[in-house]
Design a protein around this ligand. Structure first.
Ligand SMILES: Cc1ncc(COP(=O)(O)O)c(C=O)c1O
Length: 375
């Protein structure tokens, strides 16, 4: 589907995945229903979460988490700037203000506990931890900080499908966590995501807000003899549909296998790139198995990043940058945050191709192109 010899990521569905979705299309029930319930139970079991709500995107899951946690006008939430815009926007949707904090180091692009602590004010209600590429970062330290200061820890684990720190899945460390099923992610289905929480009240509030505050789902009403419902508060339409839920459920069967392949590709990148001057890889996780939803490197200061990317592109290799710092976008520039490590990382990072089906020859091609670009 792409003209790149080695694309950044590739969505490859198996016949079993396609059959799972086709079965739903044949069933005559397309909206959120029994397949969504099956997906929710399977993800809750797999991740060890008390409650799982499947939704239309990770952005929706984040918004529901923030709203159900009670964020609103006048409140603040501490957010890293090295993330996708959704982490900050989900805070802003509630009327609260995202306050940006720095990353831990140029080779550790996740929220620094010290910087997060400095960003806390009397208005702070929440800390948003982002699992960069599926890496847990300092989630234990952030949890401790949130607990000590009486704040909600919300995990943006968009990249975290199949990421574990010790025996806990990412997205289950705080009050709530959100995972993305957008196309290039480890459980990609096009658009979709889940909200995880152990907090029953939060789950209930989020469940109502997922569909306009309506107290009965369409599926429940379809099976009931009377068609009535109540609307108890303002909600949204953040439902997933059953074909995508069935597809995600099918992909979950091979998530561990896919992530093991991604892990092997990440190790090979680390080994090979360690021998080159001008580039370094991110600090590998300790006591963790990570999804490796992407693979970022950091170029030495002074290396021309655009030239490096152009050189790889000329050799048919697609790269990207994760991420442009959110505090520099016009939307949030007025925050005036001073984040030197985030700026440095954002100026020097490049994401290399990473997907479970990458062939050895393709990876060798990428490594050779990196060597030539730096040479
Ligand atoms: C860190 C992060 N958070 C949130 C999102 C939003 O996910 P979605 O596209 O499922 O809304 C993304 C998407 O790539 C992301 O990278």
């Amino acid at each position: 589907m792409s003209d790149w010899e080695v694309p950044l990521s590739a969505v490859r569905l198996t016949e079993a995945d396609i059959e799972a979705a086709n079965d739903v299309y044949r069933s005559g029930w397309l909206s959120m229903g029994p397949r969504t319930q099956e997906l929710e139970s399977a993800v809750a079991d797999y991740a060890g979460a008390g409650h799982c709500l499947a939704v239309s995107s990770c952005t929706a899951a984040l918004h529901l988490a923030m709203a159900a946690a009670g964020l609103g006008p006048g409140d603040e939430a501490v957010v890293p700037s090295i993330t996708f815009i959704a982490s900050a926007n989900a805070v802003a949707y509630t009327g609260a203000r995202p306050v940006f904090a720095d990353i831990a180091a140029v080779d550790r692009p996740w929220l620094s506990v010290e910087s997060a602590e400095r960003a806390i004010t009397p208005e702070t209600k929440a800390i948003v931890a982002v699992s960069y590429g599926g890496h847990p970062g300092d989630i234990d330290g952030l949890r401790q900080l949130a607990d000590e200061r009486g704040l909600a820890l919300i995990e943006d684990a968009a990249h975290g499908s199949g990421s574990w720190l010790g025996d806990r899945h990412l997205g289950t460390f705080g009050l709530a966590g959100a995972i993305s099923f957008s196309a290039g992610k480890n459980l990609g289905v096009g658009e979709g995501g889940v909200l995880l929480t152990d907090n029953e009240e939060l789950a209930e509030r989020a469940r109502l807000m997922r569909w306009h505050g309506i107290t009965r789902s369409i599926w429940e009403r379809h099976r009931a003899s009377t068609e009535t419902y109540e609307v108890s508060g303002l909600g949204f339409n953040y439902r997933i549909d059953d074909p995508r839920a069935a597809l995600a459920r099918s992909r979950l069967n091979r998530l561990e296998e896919d992530n093991a392949r991604r892990g092997a590709i990440a190790s090979a990148y680390r080994d090979e790139l360690a021998e080159l001057e001008g580039v370094s890889t991110l600090a590998p996780p300790e006591n963790a198995r990570v999804s490796n939803s992407m693979f970022a490197v950091v170029l030495d200061e002074g290396v021309d990043r655009d030239g490096f990317r152009d050189s790889l592109a000329e050799r048919g290799i697609q790269t990207s940058v994760h991420f442009s710092p959110v505090h520099r976008f016009e939307l949030y520039a007025a925050s005036g945050a001073d984040l030197p490590l985030s700026d440095a990382f954002a100026a020097r990072t490049v994401s290399l191709p990473m997907f479970a089906e990458m062939e050895e020859g393709q990876q060798a091609q990428v490594i050779e192109a990196v060597r030539e670009a730096l040479g």
